[in-house]
Design a protein around this ligand. Sequence first.
Ligand code: PEP
Length: 255
Amino acid sequence: MTAARTPLIAGNWKMYKTEREAEDYIQALLPRVSSIDGADVAVCVPFTDLRAMVDSARGSRVEVYAQNMHHEPEGAFTGEVSPLMLSDVGAQGVVLGHSERREQFGETDRALALKVPAALAAGLTPILCVGETESERENEDTDRKLRQQIKDDLVNVPSERLTDVVIAYEPIWAIGTGKVATPEQAQEAIAFIRALVGDRDAQAAQGVRILYGGSVKADNAAELLALPDVDGALVGGASLQADSFAQIVGAAAAR
Ligand code: PEP
């Protein structure tokens, strides 16, 4: 890793935490991470927690991200939330293309090709999730899948903005399963993604942050975060407790 890439530890809360629970969490998290230097920290929260978390995290090192958005600024899209609405509420970023959204809610690469630049245009940091299924890995189809997702999802992002995107490599078989990728698998896939970005722009490849996600816990984080191409982690289950999430942030800062 080059000195220019500050690691990012992002917690994906998924559909957990009422506003009251979120408030308790952030009050527990802030003192635990306030003196940890050398890592950026984000919590990716349900829409209903955004306002309260933005207010409570203001002035701290913790950024607040959403977990999805529509690409249009407004319109007749019942049930959707726009990039403008997210930036207006004070969110600093948004998770896009999480495998749970791709698999359970029909999120397509075509939609992501619109969402990623729309997030950037609204001043949000997109965390674009990519990754292969278990059968794709078994069939040695991982590289093809990653190549296709990176190409299709970033097609409308100009080269000079590629470093404003965060990419999360999340092998689907490792999400919420307790089956973590080996350090070799994580490094190989993430170096491959970096090379794909390099096919677009060599300088962007050096600057773009690529996270690993999939069953990251306090006790395996240090090994994964020490890998040369791994610039942080997208953490699901282990981000729901302030203590374990803060330990992962500490591991990133200590690398
Ligand atoms: C995720 O939700 O992006 C994730 C990686 O979940 P977990 O850490 O629970 O595997």
